[in-house]
Design a protein around this ligand. Structure first.
Ligand SMILES: [Zn+2]
Length: 309
């Protein structure tokens, strides 16, 4: 039985941590943020999680080499990127939620994009022999598309983190090691914008959850009880008892992680060995009162809904 676990949510919600913890399970393979394969991997040649430039990584070269393409590699990449921009943009949310509203042109573009995703996912299953692919692409519109494409074979996990913690995290400057040809930092977001984006991303995923199309998980609960949370999630995917799920790589407050060929994600995707799992709640001390109030005001309804306030 082949399954995909897709982690969806706003950026800086702990998706790379969840991805890595799941990816260590027996028979699982993590691909990181799969939707970034065309832009960050094939177009920009950023670093794979193994530390090699993407186009030189044998793992991905094998998978991509077997994908059917009627055109040259460059025009294939450009075509998929164009489709991705058209069907994954925020303005497409109503169309993705309501197929009856879709104009013919949009349906055709979506079908074309879905064919590319299906082909890529099949290639990963074939080449890796894994029974579960862990994809931490995050983007809600991508989650809607993957659910429409794979139905019950994709298990979408809506990962949510306190909006104030996300806003604080987006104010930090962090180097992006995957951009190996120059020094580049992760984008900084102002708290007002982060609040608006967090609200939109989580609204779409809550609508999916309310329609019975995904499960919900709080980052804070994952960090507090990583072993039980991962066992529970895997048990949910395979409809078995959590006590039957072996999680030998997670200990109290830490996990043992091996190298993963991830396309994109937080810099912790490069970490291997014993990795501490601790709650990052520096925002409670260091996020200014004004910024905290702005984000709380913008996201109050959902903060209550997810039991953060
Ligand atoms: Zn690699």
């Amino acid at each position: 039985m082949r399954k995909i676990i897709l982690i969806a949510g706003h950026s800086r919600s702990g998706s790379t941590l969840l991805d890595r913890l799941l990816g260590e399970m027996d028979g699982f393979v993590t691909v990181g943020e799969l939707r970034c394969l065309w832009i960050r991997g094939l177009h920009e040649d950023q670093l794979c999680g193994c530390g090699t430039a993407f186009k030189s990584c044998g793992h991905w070269r094998d998978i991509v080499a077997d994908l059917p393409a009627a055109e040259t590699r460059e025009s294939w990449v450009s075509r998929v990127l164009r489709l991705q921009r058209l069907v994954e943009k925020s303005k497409a949310i109503p169309l993705l939620l309501n197929p009856s509203l879709r104009p013919r042109e949009f349906s055709d573009q979506l079908d074309e994009y879905k064919r590319e995703l299906r082909s890529l996912v099949s290639g990963i299953f074939e080449k890796t022999g894994a029974r579960v692919i862990v994809d931490s692409s995050k983007k809600p519109t991508y989650a809607l598309i993957m659910k429409e494409l794979f139905g019950d074979d994709v298990h979408v996990v809506h990962l949510v983190r306190d909006s104030r913690a996300v806003a604080f995290s987006r104010l930090r400057t962090r180097l992006r090691p995957e951009i190996h040809w120059m020094k580049k930092h992760m984008a900084i977001g102002n708290p007002l914008r982060t609040g608006v984006e967090w609200r939109l991303a989580n609204s779409v995923l809550t609508a999916m959850h309310d329609a019975g199309r995904c499960t919900q998980l709080r980052y804070e609960d994952l960090v507090e009880r990583p072993r039980a949370t991962i066992a529970g999630l895997v048990a949910d995917v395979f409809a078995v008892n959590p006590s039957a799920v072996q999680v030998p790589h997670i200990y109290a407050g830490a996990a043992e992680l091996s190298m993963a060929h991830s396309v994109a994600g937080n810099p912790m995707r490069f970490a291997t060995g014993r990795i501490p799992i601790t709650l990052d709640d520096e925002w409670k001390k260091n996020l200014s009162r004004m910024r905290r109030n702005v984000v709380t005001l913008l996201t109050r309804k959902q903060l209550k809904q997810y039991n953060f306030i």
